[in-house]
Design a protein around this ligand. Structure first.
Ligand SMILES: [Zn+2]
Length: 418
């Protein structure tokens, strides 16, 4: 949604700048999603390696470490459950493909074995005896209902059966969507794609080999860099989480290109732009860790703020920036209507994005702890063009990046107007 006529006169130099910004972001996304960073999760310390890369990039851009921290890194405890090695699931003696046919539940335990499968669904829910499930694989299929009462009844009835089972399999009729857990369950837990029984027939047996490792003492790092402003002791924060889900078993990687290599790249690109001048307020660029594990890094930051929270004018958090042909949504827009009006006005005047939509409070990214503590905070996510989310398909080559320059311009202009 660009304004064509007004831009024509200046189109040549502008296009050059555009290409550089987008190329820079694409390079960063390719690096952040490369196998050597292991999906920026916990297997092989992918997130620690990503932090190391980012602090190098911060230095190269010209950001300064905060004197209060003496380095770019703010370390914090981040206990996580991991699957670092062997992962094999055989359904009726056919090996399934991890990430495509199934996921381990993030809190799954490890172990190995083989057992017969007991199926439970709406047709036999009230008839199955718990004793029949003892040491078996319990495969529960709640069907496609979205009704909360029905689902609650289903899982409540399944719970005593599951207590007897050796392994629990839940059938997922929607898309497989992975996550991270700090806790560990008592058995192997599997989320099976509903396509598997259709493809390989009625379940008879399941064999499993799951290497799992709880990491109760794991530590992650926020990466923080500064551009000093004219009003040095007031801060504007630009934030994006760089962690993702990492590896599920040694061979399966969740690259997290849209979530949130793309937002991290946009944050770095904005840092480059602000580092080239002296902004009005000091700017802090914060790459948060532990977001997918429950907003752990941003919570630590607000509990142990390296600069006083009352000196922070505004937090602009970016999470999901690879698409955008349907525009952006701003979480907390209704909390800070004057800031939202400014953002909307900038977009309308310049014709950048298709829409700047408003949304209320939501605990869905790193802005959350800031606004809970009274610091004005926006969370911007782009919409349209990307369907992958927390799955193996969130790869760099699938990102459209077709609205990237306009996303950059909008955020740059808004931050410059503060
Ligand atoms: Zn995210």
């Amino acid at each position: 949604m660009k304004k064509l006529l007004a831009g024509l006169l200046f189109s040549l130099p502008l296009l050059t700048v555009q290409a550089q910004e987008r190329d820079y972001a694409l390079t960063q996304i390719r690096i952040l999603t490369s196998d050597s960073l292991h999906g920026r999760g916990y297997v092989n310390q992918g997130d620690v390696k990503a932090a190391r890369y980012l602090q190098g990039e911060f230095a190269r851009i010209g950001l300064q470490p905060l004197p209060e921290l003496k380095s770019y890194l703010q370390s914090f405890p981040n206990p996580v459950n991991t699957f670092p090695g062997t992962l094999k699931i055989f359904y009726n003696d056919t090996e399934l493909q991890p990430g495509v046919d199934y996921l381990l539940s993030p809190e799954s335990a490890g172990g190995s074995g083989k057992a017969k499968v007991v199926q439970v669904n709406w047709s036999n829910l009230q008839r199955i005896k718990a004793s029949k499930c003892r040491d078996r694989v319990l495969m529960a299929d709640p069907g496609t209902t979205k009704n909360k009462d029905s689902l609650s009844l289903f899982w409540r009835t399944v719970a005593p059966l599951n207590r007897e089972a050796a392994v629990f399999v839940s059938v997922e009729h929607g898309k497989l969507t992975w996550s991270v857990s700090s806790g560990v369950a008592g058995k192997v837990l599997i989320e099976l794609a509903a396509a598997v029984p259709l493809k390989y027939g009625k379940p008879r047996s399941l064999a499993w080999e799951v290497e799992q490792k709880a990491e109760p003492a794991y530590r992650s790092q926020n990466v923080i860099g500064m551009v000093k402003g004219t009003i040095a002791d007031s801060f504007v924060l630009v934030t994006a989480h760089y962690d993702h889900l990492g590896r599920m078993g040694a061979a399966t990687i969740f690259p997290g290109a849209n979530d949130n290599a793309s937002g991290t790249a946009l944050m770095l690109d904005l840092a480059r732009s602000f580092a080239a001048e002296t902004p009005k307020y000091s700017m802090l660029f914060v790459a948060f860790a532990g977001e997918e594990a429950g907003l752990v890094g941003s919570r630590y930051f607000t509990d142990h703020p390296p600069v006083p929270l009352k000196n922070i004018k505004m937090v602009y958090n970016i999470d999901l920036a690879g698409g955008g042909d349907k525009g952006v949504t701003i979480v907390n827009a209704t909390e800070y209507p004057a800031y939202f009006a400014k953002l909307e006005e900038l977009n309308t005047r310049n014709g950048w994005l298709a829409a700047v939509k408003k949304r209320g409070k939501a605990a869905n990214s790193d802005h959350y702890w800031f606004s809970e503590k009274g610091v004005p905070a926006f969370f911007m996510y782009a919409e349209g063009g990307v369907t992958a989310y927390h799955d193996v398909n969130d790869t760099a080559d699938k990102l459209p990046m077709n609205e990237y320059e306009d996303l950059f311009r909008l955020v740059r202009a808004f931050l410059g107007s503060l």
